[in-house]
Design a protein around this ligand. Structure first.
Ligand code: PFF
Length: 463
């Protein structure tokens, strides 16, 4: 096969590219935070149960639809049912919105990697370092543009020459790095001012133990919803990305195996990320040290690294390089799915499409990067939180559109097209679709109800 063809070379290339999309900041800063907040092992059990049922259902659907139609979201849903073209357009909107801010986050991470590599780790642990950085007018923009530019160059090089080539080495290296740092985390110990000794092993046990003390039904529901929304953000489903990647998979690839491997990779990295972060934070800051979202990565962890002494600089470098790999391969997938949809709609070639989209998103990234300085404002979001430009984009794409798309697509597949549409693709070439029964029950009955509840909850309607 020629290098230029619009296909992954085979199963491994596809699995690593899809895992590259799936493994991102969601695994590194959201999963560990949720695990620590939602009862440690209890969250892990709920999450694993959902991966095998609900996550599996959405992942199988996206990838099978992509491979069967050989199209991206808009074309794929239109081909499935012309009246459902609107669902393709809604799905297309998710990466369109995410792309405006993903490179901004990638830029922040790159900046921290540079800071650690150039020996200024101590400064990064300062109290206001992060807020001073993101609210400065130049540096966040420069790093966002750099990240966006690198992403565009890789996508420009195409499916095999760009995306697959990069994912094939970055993902295995990333896996090794999280395992190494997680093992290191188990070995650390620290005595605080009050003389209390805490060890990495204790932190690890805290992470694994199912904390069910005082568990109520409503708290359990909250944990379930947290796990569910984390799950489909983490697997990059219901945003058209896996449809696009699925459309590049050759007919002879066994999708059953590929789906298992992608789930395993994504969940494995999340579990190791938890094992690396929860014990480290526990040892140096106790159980209160786990903060949410960006501040975990950019405020709490630098403090933890500083408390580790000399080793902390090295661990910090490993951590932020890991994070760059995770974010870059996700960012690539977001841009690729926009590019692929546009190529189909406008009948343009890859190069021209990438040029135009790169120009648009360099501009958009700069605007979002300025959301903490020149364009700063505070908006009240319907779910009760306040946010800046970046949070608004994130809220609309992840809390409103994604659950809505997942809900509509389960109705389309489960009831309008019937699950056979997906099952036939999974069984192509006589392959066995082992979890077929689970798939049918999930896609027709359970997933639509779960998605409706999640949609009502994350849009604030249910509060
Ligand atoms: N799946 C990625 C993560 O877990 O961090 C996040 C992500 C990737 C979101 C790609 C959106 C996206 F388009």
């Amino acid at each position: 096969m020629k290098k230029k063809s619009n296909h992954f070379s085979g199963q491994i290339g596809f699995v690593l590219a899809a895992a590259g999309s799936a493994v991102g900041v969601g695994n590194l800063w959201r999963f560990p935070y949720l695990a620590a907040k939602d009862g440690g092992g209890l969250f892990l059990i709920v999450y694993l149960a959902l991966v095998l049922t609900f996550g599996f259902t959405l992942l199988v659907s996206d990838i099978a639809i992509g491979r069967r139609t050989k199209k991206s979201a808009i074309g794929a849903y239109t081909e499935m049912h012309p009246k459902w073209k609107f669902l393709g357009i809604l799905t297309f909107l998710v990466p369109v919105l995410i792309m405006t801010y993903y490179a901004v986050i990638g830029g922040w991470i790159t900046r921290y990697a540079v800071v650690y590599l150039t020996g200024s780790a101590e400064a990064a642990a300062g109290d206001n370092y992060f807020s001073a950085f993101i609210s400065s007018p130049v540096s966040p923009v420069v790093y966002a543009l750099l990240f966006m530019g690198v992403t565009a160059v890789i996508v420009y090089k195409g499916v095999q020459g760009g995306i697959e080539a990069v994912s094939k080495w970055m993902m295995p290296v990333l896996l090794v790095l999280v395992v190494v740092v997680a093992l290191y985390s188990l070995t650390i110990r620290h005595t605080d001012e009050s003389g209390q000794l805490r060890t990495g092993l204790q932190g690890f046990l805290y992470y694994l133990t199912p904390h069910v003390e005082g568990l109520t039904v409503s708290r359990f529901l909250q944990i379930l919803l947290d796990a569910m929304s984390q799950l489909f953000f983490s697997l990059s489903v219901s945003m058209g990305i896996m449809i696009t990647y699925g459309s590049y998979v050759r007919p002879e690839v066994n999708l059953n195996k590929a789906v298992n491997q992608i789930e395993l990779f994504d969940t494995g990295v999340a579990l190791f990320a938890g094992a690396m972060i929860v014990p480290a934070v526990f040892v140096f800051s106790g159980t209160e040290g786990m903060s949410a979202g960006p501040s975990l990565m950019f405020v709490s962890l630098p403090k933890v690294f500083a408390a580790m002494g000399k080793a902390g600089v090295f661990v910090g470098i490993l951590f932020f390089v890991t994070a760059i790999f995770a974010t870059l391969t996700s960012c690539i997938s977001v841009l690729e799915s926009i590019v692929a949809n546009c190529m189909e709609i406008f009948h343009t070639g890859r190069k021209k499409t990438v040029h135009v989209l790169a120009a648009i998103y360099l501009g958009a990234s700069a605007v979002i990067a300025l959301g903490y300085s020149a364009f700063y404002f505070e908006a009240e979001l319907p779910n009760g939180s306040t946010g800046q430009l970046l949070d608004i984009m994130d809220y609309v794409s992840n809390s409103v559109l994604m659950p809505l798309i997942a809900l509509l697509s389960t109705i389309l597949i489960g009831w309008v097209k019937t699950p056979e549409f997906v099952i036939e693709e999974m069984e192509r070439g006589g392959r066995a679709f082992h979890r077929k029964k689970v798939y049918v029950i999930m896609i027709r009955y359970i997933a639509p109800v779960m998605m409706l509840i999640l949609f009502l909850q994350s849009t604030g309607i249910l509060q």
